[in-house]
Design a protein around this ligand. Structure first.
Ligand SMILES: N=CN[C@@H](CCC(=O)O)C(=O)O
Ligand SMILES: [Zn+2]
Length: 387
């Protein structure tokens, strides 16, 4: 059965062969969906009649957001830590340990309920593809169950086996890395698609990160890295060296980091809501874009640095604070996220793509940045279906 999404005032396809400019814009458009995929897209006057019609009444329609960086398997929150930060405390990697303790005590059922709650929040705000990381367990048992819980809800589950050195390994990071390589990854990798590591002062250094990522690669996982969030360490170059799909945060970059990214297939994923919520500096998106680096944007939902599921907020921050154009920001949060996950059938609405789209309560995608904080996502289709 075919569905006609009709009377679209402005359609963003992200397919420059179908519409105008890099966003592939079509005005007065329609989309035909069959079997959960885009079967046809073009001016509405040329659309064939279909059994089912969704009349959006002149609204803008965009590809569903692709979130390539979230931490949804956790218990508790850290509102007090946030308040202390707003009163002047700096963010440090060690805060993760508070969530570690709460997560280890939580049941699978509690962790699942929290994940579903946050994934629903993401969906209501237009996100149709969601990567989810483990990383608040840091024992073989807790990482294995975290990534298993994530994988029941997404194909994009990431084993963040080395997020922080757990308290029982205080001063013995190398021993923890050995446990990760020898026991944790073999136990948890079957539930994951990706391996990730927090390569940062206070977390894991470059050699420790390399050992973890290589063990993950060996187990068949794709590589992603939390890199250069707090300092200009070696995380970005390590990611490029290992062929990472994405290096994430990228706040503190040297010229050599930018050059390495520009000469690679590795995406730089920027997470401005984390910088907003830690009151940290923002990354220099223009420097990356001008060097030809592929830039993605994510919300990085987690209880420590960025307790938001709003990719519309991220678009507004990217435009206002990172000086990206609205078109660049929208591309980065849809097609860019897809590149960061090495997916080619999401993040755009070309023929054959998944029919994942968001209908906005607005005549143009420009309103995502122009009307910050306003709930503009009116309807969401995932694989051509609502809900
Ligand atoms: N930077 C490391 N990981 C998370 C923060 C985790 C936490 O503070 O709980 C992030 O992506 O920002
Ligand atoms: Zn993160």
């Amino acid at each position: 059965m075919a569905l006609l999404v009709d009377r679209i005032g402005e359609l963003v396809t992200n397919d420059p062969t179908t519409g105008e400019g890099p966003l592939g814009l079509i005005r007065d458009a329609a989309v035909v969906v069959t079997d959960g995929r885009v079967a046809w897209v073009g001016p509405r006057t040329r659309a064939q009649p279909c059994d089912d019609v969704l009349d959006v009444g002149g609204a803008a329609v965009i590809p569903g957001f692709v979130e390539s960086h979230s931490h949804l398997v956790f218990a508790g929150d850290r509102a007090e830590e946030f308040a202390a930060r707003m009163a002047g405390e700096p963010y440090a990697a060690g805060g993760i340990r508070a969530t570690l303790a709460a997560t280890r005590h939580a049941t699978d059922r509690d962790l699942t309920a929290n994940l579903i709650r946050l994934a629903d929040e993401y969906r209501r705000q237009g996100t149709t593809t969601l990567e989810v990381k483990s990383g608040y367990g840091q024992t073989v048992r807790d990482e294995e169950r975290s990534v298993r819980i994530a994988s029941a809800h997404t194909d994009e589950a990431t084993l963040l086996a080395a997020h922080v050195v757990p308290p029982e390994f205080e001063g013995r990071a190398d021993d923890y890395v050995r446990l990760v390589v020898e026991e944790l990854i073999p136990a948890a990798a079957p539930s994951a698609r990706w391996i990730d590591v927090f390569c940062e002062r206070g977390a894991f250094d470059v050699d420790q990160s390399r050992a973890v990522l290589l063990a993950g690669k060996q187990a068949g996982l794709g590589v992603r890295v939390h890199a250069n969030q707090l300092t200009a360490g070696g995380g970005v170059r390590l990611g490029v060296e290992l062929g990472a799909a994405s290096v994430d945060h990228c706040v503190h970059l040297t010229d050599a980091d930018v050059a390495a990214l520009a000469g690679s297939d590795t995406v730089a994923t920027l997470l401005p809501s984390a910088d907003f919520s830690t009151r940290g500096p923002y990354p220099d998106a223009r420097r990356l874009l001008d060097a030809g680096v592929t830039v993605a944007l994510g919300a990085d939902c987690n209880p420590g640095t960025s307790y938001t599921t709003s990719l519309p907020l991220v678009v507004a921050l990217a435009v206002r604070e990172l000086r990206m154009t609205p078109a660049e920001a929208l591309w980065s949060v849809t097609a860019g996220g897809a590149r960061a996950l090495r997916l080619d059938d999401v993040g755009h609405l070309g023929i054959g793509a998944r029919a994942d789209l968001a209908v906005l309560d607005a005549p143009s995608y420009l309103h995502l940045a122009y009307r910050p904080g306003v709930p503009l996502v009116r309807d969401v289709l995932k694989d051509g279906r609502r809900g």
